[in-house]
Design a protein around this ligand. Structure first.
Ligand code: NDP
Length: 284
């Protein structure tokens, strides 16, 4: 049964429209610019940052890289952000998390101009999303919404069960589903009868970070399953938060891991950057 939601293919389609938008902006004399700030040597962060730089280059977006040492002070980082806030070539500022211990993450995120906050983590943007008037939406949950849209899922009146309540995935994706008129349940580590909640979901969105903890036989037959989880098991294997093989037998549609939500995240970062550049051109 081919019920796989192909994140790579959807991401590629969106990247083509992004590339066309970038060409149109360039024809008007504007190149969208993304500043990527990496502090320290975290190997996973380095990989993410180089993937983001590569994706920018492919899309024709100017990427302004700032690689700072592990010992960078909070004041130095805040000064750089201030400079980027004022730099008219820059439409988006991304500070790769986590930051070294001496730096207060929330202070840094709040220093980014909300108009350049392409990650959507600034409290201003969180508030705009919560009040139903979003400016920037965080990339991973926005990617989930785009996947549902491309799969033809109409959320109106549907039961959506989100497992996970983090600020970067669970909470924002729940707000986005609510905005699409779904009836949303948010589950977390203290939820009682998780299988019972999941079984009610017409759409299940898993963002837990526990390998295959959502069992296939919890899934309502025909439900759409979006697995945000990325868990390394053993040396090389990656699995999601959903017991994929069993869930695939019951689901109407399901995302694989890898090749599901993963490719959407960077795509939506590019998307947000281009939207920001369009706003700059429009003088908004
Ligand atoms: P967090 O660790 O911040 O949040 C995990 C959430 O899951 C918490 O709300 C926690 O509950 C809940 N949880 C943990 N254990 C259980 C349990 N046994 N039953 C029910 N709920 C539970 O993770 P993130 O949201 O940052 O990420 C989630 C997953 O998504 C990870 O695997 C991460 O790697 C992946 N991810 C993938 C991205 C991509 O681009 N594909 C991007 C971002 C994340 P509580 O709040 O009570 O602690």
């Amino acid at each position: 049964m081919n019920n796989l939601i192909d994140g790579k293919a959807i991401a590629e389609q969106i990247r083509q429209t992004i590339a066309a938008d970038v060409s149109a902006l360039k024809a008007q004399g504007t190149t969208p610019g993304l500043a990527v700030v990496l502090v320290g040597e975290d190997p996973a962060s380095r990989v993410y940052v180089s993937m983001k730089e590569k994706a920018c280059a492919q899309a024709g977006i100017f990427s302004d890289e700032h690689k700072l040492s592990e010992s960078t002070s909070e004041a130095e980082l805040l000064q750089l952000i201030d400079q980027l806030n004022q730099d008219s070539r820059i439409d988006g500022i991304l500070v790769q998390l986590p930051l070294p211990k001496q730096i207060d993450e929330s202070k840094v995120l709040e220093a980014i101009s909300p108009k350049k906050d392409v990650d959507g983590f600034h409290p201003y943007n969180v508030g705009r999303l919560a009040t139903g008037n979003p400016l920037f939406r965080p990339c991973t949950p926005y990617g989930v919404m785009k996947m549902l849209e491309h799969t033809g899922v109409d959320l109106k009146g549907k039961e959506v069960v989100v497992v996970g309540r983090s600020n970067i995935v669970g909470k924002p994706v729940a707000l986005m589903c609510l905005a699409e008129h779904a009836t949303v349940t948010i589950c977390h580590s203290r939820t009682q009868d998780l299988p019972g909640h999941v079984a009610r979901g017409d759409v299940v969105i898993a963002a837990v970070g526990q390998p295959e903890m959502i069992k296939g036989d919890w899934i309502k037959p025909g439900a759409v399953v979006i697995d945000v989880g990325v868990n390394r098991v053993g040396e090389k294997k990656l699995v999601g938060d959903v017991e994929f093989a069993a869930a695939k037998e019951r689901a109407g549609a399901i995302t694989p891991v890898p090749g599901g939500v993963g490719p959407m995240t960077i795509t939506m970062l590019l998307y947000n950057t281009v939207e920001s550049a369009k706003r700059r051109v429009a003088g908004k």
